[in-house]
Design a protein. Structure first.
Ligand code: FES
Ligand code: FES
Length: 162
């Protein structure tokens, strides 16, 4: 009987929320599973696990990516940022604060992904138009239909950062 072989594991060094980390992960493991299961960073949500919903959005080198479609090994040498890394000294990031101020969530399951997409947008474009905010979250599904308030929060966060 053929024996089942363990998938190859590799060491991956990356920056995670501003700290250098080295992990041993199976070569096929997604960044999403690595964040949630290996590192216990469950703020990044797992919904479809196949690139349809955006709940798993994180920043890699400042750009929003679906972490369910990204291998952890592909992040070697890169900076991965998750929702857990946004607050500074107990102060929420302006996008997080704007979501609270504008009631931009209901169940909250899509919220970390929405927030990370908007943080990525504001890094590139400090004064986005409403259309640009809408485009930035167009890959983030909200089953609760909180879109109007999500867009309002994105625009308010841009103003707050100026
Ligand atoms: S969990 Fe990654 S896109 Fe849905
Ligand atoms: S707030 Fe429930 S899915 Fe967006």
């Amino acid at each position: 009987m053929a024996s089942q072989r363990e998938p190859a594991a590799v060491d991956v060094s990356l920056r995670l929320n501003g700290r250098d980390v080295t992990l041993r992960v199976p070569a096929h493991r997604s960044l999403l599973d690595t964040l949630r299961d290996t590192l216990g960073l469950t703020g990044t949500k797992k919904v479809c696990n196949e690139g349809d919903c955006g709940a798993c959005t994180v920043l890699v080198d400042g750009r929003p990516v679906y972490s369910c479609l990204t291998l952890a090994v592909a992040c070697a040498g890169k900076h991965v940022e998750t929702i857990e890394g946004l607050a500074r000294d107990g102060d929420l990031h302006p996008v997080q604060q704007a979501f609270i101020d504008h009631d931009a969530y209901q169940c909250g399951f899509c919220t970390p992904g929405q927030v990370m997409s908007l943080v990525g947008l504001l890094r590139e474009n400090a004064s986005p138009s409403e259309d640009e905010v809408r485009r930035a979250v167009s890959g983030n599904l909200c089953r609760c239909g909180a879109y109007t308030n999500i867009v309002a929060a994105g625009l308010a966060a841009a103003k707050a950062k100026r």
